[in-house]
Design a protein around this ligand. Structure first.
Ligand SMILES: NC(=O)C1=CN([C@@H]2O[C@H](COP(=O)(O)OP(=O)(O)OC[C@H]3O[C@@H](n4cnc5c(N)ncnc54)[C@H](OP(=O)(O)O)[C@@H]3O)[C@@H](O)[C@H]2O)[C@H](O)CC1
Ligand SMILES: [K+]
Length: 497
């Protein structure tokens, strides 16, 4: 059975609505808090059986409530527990107040906590209800605990981490383990939140899935379950043209390697034919270094138009090593009714001219344009969105996809794939060694290869990002882009021979 709740992400605001609906449907909310707190206590005992003292830091809301339940459960297990509270516990409301009243152990104000060797900190200051940036006294305490390197188990989210954006506000605990409830939030998956959480445990506290489903938004983790139904299927009657023809545009003689990496990756991703469309000066160098990939002269807009007469040309990659400028812009606009991956120089060519690009591709429904910017390229194409500090990476990618009518693959350790209709996926299978020269060229080629085989653009982009991560994991540390391209494999092939 698929663990659906693990792959769908629930924003903190949606989680609050889930809580409200659970209470309205008659579910005992204190019972939910008790299960949450007990799960935290179980995790602390399992992971840190030898802790000399467990310091439970309890905040002013329900996250603090979970902390009081955990503290009492630990105390009952014989652990030396000390609660350090933020704010006046007499002001706690409803379930959190009940949890506080049920706690029978030692209690001191948060400011009195001094981290000691042998401590385990259980962080129950703030969770999904963090509504604004932390104030200086709490910032200082978090910084002091992080600096002391005592282990921290976080309740729901490391305090200070924004569950929507994955950003610290302005600091957050560095946890070694985080226990969250029912479903992960985007902040558990986006960077740097993912790193601040340590390992993440999703504990079911008994909220029915029908309530979670009702509040499930547009953001999920990029897993095969989202797009595996759209993967190209290889049947016994397949021949090379039915598997699609990908064209990758080569740069000038001095910059052809990037396009060759894309081309090889497209072929490995399953495209039946791949052609490097190169200017005359780069024909020889490309021909000398390719075997299965074909080479064809495409010099200018006029030869491109002739080339496009062949309607079997099913998808295109423009950008890797291509060169920034008017030629890239003219080529991209000429491809407006084709399936196109616009990457690297193809993106940078539209700096300060992005409205032309967006206007040309505005009418395609569904969109056939995939753009693959890293952070710097994203800022060139979407300067206003990039500098909006109120938006997290997912919201930025969603806004960019909407205004460009393109699938936006906003790259990084936490690549976000966003569609103009608002759907967004966060990728989490990319190992750190994927950050190497030429890695993006390989990704563009994989996505192009999937588009060529008929996958819809959003699914092709998401599957491509996932296959890219899988290929990197297969190669391991020390990977070069050549190794990566060679390690690309189709994910699912139906062998109906
Ligand atoms: N279904 C579930 O997943 C359950 C989760 N539980 C736990 O409940 C919390 C969410 O509880 P909530 O009370 O909504 O929020 P918090 O405890 O995280 O924080 C709210 C309180 O914190 C104050 N606040 C917010 N930001 C700041 C700040 N920057 N500085 C100081 N104080 C802040 C806020 O004060 P206001 O003035 O804004 O009202 C609140 O007092 C979830 O994370 C889980 O741990 C349930 O226990 C079980 C069900
Ligand atoms: K917390």
């Amino acid at each position: 059975m698929k663990q659906r709740s693990f792959y769908h992400l629930i924003t903190p605001a949606a989680m609050a609505a889930v809580d409200r609906d659970a209470a309205r449907s008659g579910i005992d909310s204190l019972g939910l808090m008790q299960k949450a707190g007990q799960a935290v206590s179980a995790a602390a005992l399992r992971l840190f059986p030898d802790a000399m003292r467990m310091a439970v830091l309890c905040g002013p809301g329900n996250n603090g409530g979970d902390g009081y339940i955990a503290a009492e459960a630990l105390r009952m297990s014989g652990v030396d527990v000390q609660v350090f509270h933020l704010g006046d516990p007499a002001l706690l409301k409803s379930d959190a107040s009940s949890a506080f009243l049920a706690y029978r152990g030692k209690l001191r104000p948060l400011a009195e906590y001094v981290p000691c060797s042998g401590d385990l900190v259980i962080d129950a200051l703030f969770g999904a209800g963090l509504g604004r940036s932390l104030e200086p006294p709490v910032v200082e305490i978090i910084e002091a605990i992080n600096a002391a390197s005592v282990p921290v188990v976080a309740v729901d989210l490391p305090s200070g981490l924004d569950g929507l954006t994955g950003h610290p506000r302005p600091v957050a605990f560095q946890a070694c383990h985080t226990v969250t409830f029912m479903a992960r939030k985007p902040g558990h998956v986006l960077m740097p939140g993912r790193a601040l959480c340590g390992s993440v445990e999703v504990f079911g506290i008994g909220i029915p899935h029908r309530i979670l489903d009702a509040h499930r938004g547009e953001v999920a983790v990029n897993t095969p379950s989202v797009w595996e139904g759209s993967l190209p299927k290889l049947t016994g009657s397949a021949y090379k043209f039915t598997r699609g023809h990908l064209t990758v545009f080569s740069g000038p003689m001095s910059a052809t390697g990037a396009a060759r990496l894309s081309a090889m990756a497209g072929l490995k991703a399953g495209a039946g034919l791949v052609t490097l469309a190169a200017p005359a000066e780069a024909l020889a160098v490309n021909s000398a270094q390719t075997t299965a990939v074909m080479v064809k002269e495409v010099d200018d807009l006029s030869t491109l138009r002739d080339y496009l007469q062949d309607t079997r040309m099913s998808a295109f990659v423009l950008g890797p090593g291509f060169g920034v400028g008017e030629k890239a812009r003219a080529f991209a606009l000429a491809l407006r009714d084709r399936k196109l991956v616009l990457d690297a120089d193809g993106i940078s060519s539209f700096k300060d001219k992005s409205q032309d690009l967006f206007a040309y591709f505005a009418k395609n429904v569904p969109t056939q344009l995939v753009m693959t910017p890293h952070e710097g390229e994203f800022a060139r194409l979407f300067p206003e969105i990039a500098k909006d500090q109120t938006l997290g990476k997912v919201q930025k990618a969603q806004a960019a996809a909407k205004c460009s009518n393109a699938i936006v693959v906003y790259k990084g350790a936490d690549t976000v794939i966003a569609s103009p209709d608002g759907a967004a996926l966060i990728n989490e299978n990319a190992p750190p060694w994927l950050a190497t020269a030429g890695s993006g060229d390989v990704l563009a080629g994989i996505i192009g290869g999937l588009l060529a085989q008929g996958m819809p653009a959003f699914e092709a982009a998401a599957a491509g990002v996932y296959m890219h991560g899988e290929a990197a994991l297969r190669v391991g540390e020390g990977l070069t882009a050549e190794d990566l391209a060679a390690a690309v494999r189709p994910l699912q092939i139906e062998t109906a021979f």
